[in-house]
Design a protein around this ligand. Structure first.
Ligand SMILES: Nc1ncnc2c1ncn2[C@@H]1O[C@H](COP(=O)(O)OP(=O)(O)OP(=O)(O)O)[C@@H](O)[C@H]1O
Ligand SMILES: [Mg+2]
Length: 279
């Protein structure tokens, strides 16, 4: 069985594609067979990330790990019902193409699309990167502006709830594991960080997600994209780029910590010898 990991958050720019790429590379480096699906058909950040990686690898003659890529087309049918049916089939086919993989990582767009909702229905694990601000917290729950108390779940949380319900009704064993990851943690805004932490702890028990140790706000993430590299490709013998600062080393630990938190049975967080998988 392929374990499906969905990167979802309807808010744009929260770090879904960046996290997807790092999880993919972490799993590949632990010797797992990994498939990738980019459902952000407009921006295609994950696709671009992988294309950049291929170019970097070819130009510099560096051996890098690559996932198996499966593409899912949107429907262009006029009828809403027909279009939904076709997209349902397209996603099923996209996932079936990855049936030989241990993991399928699906990167969703920062919008509520039909394909994104469908992907959540197939998820074994949902990872939701969240910018460390109350504007983004609103995606998970509503807060009373006067008292600061949580008043109820928001639309995205309800979508995850619905996916869990449908999985149970379909008799699929196991619950969807939902992991929220705080992204762009600031080294300076300690008060905001603490306040967000308290609210997220409170919410995690109420709507059923686990909280992962987050990622710091680091320029390196933006710098690696054009080369198609991840923090896990840096450092070590034969590395294409050196791990340059303490901040990069810490960032790499944060990635490893996320993968460990995901608690993926078939995965190990230890680096194995890099392994090339057909692109
Ligand atoms: N921890 C971080 N520190 C600094 N920059 C980051 C961090 N995480 C992501 N970024 C940068 O923020 C931008 C948005 O990240 P990314 O594309 O991964 O978000 P996304 O959720 O996939 O966005 P979209 O919703 O548009 O698909 C990118 O330029 C990325 O390099
Ligand atoms: Mg994206």
């Amino acid at each position: 069985m392929t374990h499906v990991i969905v990167l979802g958050n309807e808010k744009g720019g929260s770090g879904k594609s960046t996290t997807a790429m790092h999880v993919i590379v972490a799993l590949l480096k632990s010797g797992r067979r990994v498939g990738a699906i980019d459902l952000d058909l407009r921006q295609q950040s994950l696709t671009r990330y992988l294309e950049n990686r291929r170019k970097f690898s070819d130009l510099n003659q560096k051996e890098l790990v690559f996932p198996v890529v499966s593409t899912v087309e949107p429907s262009s049918l006029d009828s809403r019902e027909e279009s939904k049916r076709q997209e349902t089939e397209n996603l099923k086919a996209g996932l079936a193409a990855l049936s030989g993989c241990d993991f399928a990582v699906i990167d969703c767009p920062g919008a509520n699309t039909h394909l994104s909702r469908l992907a959540h229905l197939h998820a074994d694990t949902i990872v939701t990167p969240l910018n460390d601000s109350f504007v983004d917290f609103d995606l998970l729950a509503r807060i009373d502006p006067e008292t600061g108390r949580i008043t109820g779940p928001s639309l995205y949380s309800e979508m995850v709830w619905e996916a869990r319900k449908r999985r149970a009704m379909a008799g699929v064993p196991g619950n969807i594991d939902w992991v929220v990851l705080r992204n762009r943690l600031s080294a300076t805004r300690a008060n905001n960080k603490k306040h967000m932490g308290e609210k997220l702890d409170d919410l995690s028990a109420r709507i059923g997600f686990r909280l992962a140790r987050g990622f710091g706000d680091r320029v390196i993430y933006r710098e690696l994209f054009p080369m198609g590299l991840t923090l896990l490709d840096l450092g070590g013998k034969g590395s294409p780029v050196r791990l340059s600062t303490m901040s990069h080393v810490t960032a790499r630990l944060e990635i490893r910590s996320l993968v460990a938190t995901l608690n993926l049975k078939a995965a190990s967080t230890d680096d194995a010898a890099p392994q090339e998988v057909a692109a």
